[in-house]
Ligand binder design. Structure first.
Ligand SMILES: Cc1ncc(COP(=O)(O)O)c(C=O)c1O
Length: 443
């Protein structure tokens, strides 16, 4: 007989009180500040959150499961609905998601996995960790030039980049604008290439009405605060193929052959009944490793934030599209000097930012315009790493460039982007447009 007093009810009451206080605290300490044109910054991106996220985070903290658990189960299930992915596996960052996606394509579980020395076609401009997993897996990135004004790969140049070693295409949907999936998937089908879609900046974007990430073999998301939804650090991989799912999960979880969730045993019902590798029969499946693995799992605290963020996703996407359209309309009259962004044909982007390129013939430099905006506290970003082949870490690496990359060089010297994220309202956009206007007036 257990004499310990039952504290369940009291604990539930304390928890409710804590949630009430967290909500109050969120309203007092984390409420968005009103815009003041004389002093407010205009960031490119940032986390947009409130009491719901903080309560959910505290809920998971009080539960103290800590590692991947019930919040993560819910987050993965809801991400599957949101992305259309059959399988969704969370991870600790978008960079890890890309590492897992490319590593999974090398798995022995696949019929024809990528092997060291195989070539993977990618775009010369972008974020480094879209392409780093190619190098990390001893594959060879092959860079193809970018296109204006979509900032995606020039799809018609892909065919010329293909050699007998070409096995895959790995591309990001730049700043939320889908790359030309029609052309890329056609060339992939023709040459039997795997396709990895980096959707880290493009949650909610569609092509021909289908959500990005559902065209290629495997796709990724990031939940870093700059992205459409945040979990602090975080990411996810999604796919249709069950073998790719198994490979991704194994590589994420130490490389283990076992697929029990944390805290559970014997899901396969033969934990001590396997014969694998050179191990003796019955060696504990929980400690049997069939891939060269990592530990890249997401914690339940991160997932708890993600679950609450998903409730806001539709509104976030709509706000990003709205801000993009307002900037596009307002900046159209400067098109003589600025290349304005355009959606890829047949695509409905879920914009991450508003990219601009100062035309080479313009009577001012990108850096002068950016400095003017910074003086007005309007943040800008270059297009990530610019032409990645010129980044210091690429020196001496095993990569190939197909043709010349003049557009990527122009992106490096003349392009930048400003924010469209949901915390920016009509006042911010009007202020941004006024600041552009004052720059052009003074020319
Ligand atoms: C296109 C793209 N891929 C991958 C990443 C990496 O994501 P994370 O910062 O979560 O590692 C980023 C980062 O912002 C990105 O923009």
């Amino acid at each position: 007989m257990n004499d310990a007093p039952d504290t369940t009810n009291e604990a539930a009451l304390v928890k409710a009180e804590i949630f009430r206080l967290v909500e109050r605290y969120a309203h007092l300490a984390h409420a968005p500040k009103p815009f003041n044109p004389a002093s407010s910054p205009v960031p490119v991106n940032g986390k947009v959150y409130g009491a719901a996220e903080m309560v959910s985070l505290v809920d998971s903290a009080l539960e103290f499961w800590l590692t991947t658990g019930r919040f993560n189960d819910e987050f993965e299930a809801r991400l599957a609905q949101v992305t259309g992915g059959r399988y969704v596996l969370t991870t600790n960052s978008g960079s890890s998601a890309n590492l897992l996606a490319i590593s999974a394509l090398t798995s022995h579980l696949l019929e024809n996995p990528l092997a060291p020395g195989d070539e993977v076609i990618t775009c010369a401009t972008g974020f480094p960790t879209t392409i780093n997993p190619i190098l990390q897996n001893n594959l060879v990135p092959v860079f193809v030039d970018v296109q204006f004004p979509t900032y995606n790969i020039q799809a018609e140049l892909i065919e010329a980049a293909i050699t007998p070693r070409t096995r895959a295409i790995a591309l990001a949907h730049t700043l939320g604008n889908p790359f030309d999936l029609g052309a890329v998937m056609a060339v992939a089908a023709k040459h039997n290439l795997k396709v990895m879609e980096d959707c880290c900046d493009a949650l909610g974007a569609t092509y021909n009405g289908t959500k990005v990430g559902n065209f290629g073999d495997i796709a990724t998301l990031s939940f870093y605060p700059a992205h459409h939804i945040t979990t602090g650090e975080g990411g996810a991989v999604f796919m249709r193929d069950s073998l790719l799912k198994r490979a991704t999960e194994s590589i994420r979880d130490w490389g283990r052959d076992c697929y029990c969730a944390p805290g559970f045993d014997n899901t396969c019902k033969k934990r001590f009944g396997w014969q694998l590798g050179g191990l003796p029969f019955g060696y504990d499946h929980k400690f049997t490793y069939s891939h060269l693995g990592y530990n890249l799992k997401m914690t339940d605290m991160q997932a708890a934030i993600g679950v609450a963020q998903l409730d806001r996703l539709e509104g976030f996407i709509a706000a990003r599209k709205h801000n993009f359209a307002a900037l596009q309309q307002g900046l159209a009259r400067f098109a003589e000097h600025l290349i304005l962004p355009e959606a890829t044909p047949n695509a409905d982007p879920s914009w991450f930012g508003f990219p601009l390129t100062v035309r080479p013939a313009a009577p001012f430099s990108r850096d002068a315009l950016v400095a003017h905006l910074h003086k007005a506290r309007i943040a800008t970003r270059y297009l990530f790493g610019g032409n990645l082949i010129h980044q210091p870490y690429m020196a001496g690496r095993n990569f190939r460039v197909s043709g010349a990359t003049p557009n990527a060089d122009l992106v490096m010297t003349n392009s930048f982007w400003v924010g469209v994220y949901p915390a920016l309202g009509a006042e911010h956009i009007a202020y941004m447009l006024e600041s552009f206007e004052s720059f052009f007036r003074a020319l």
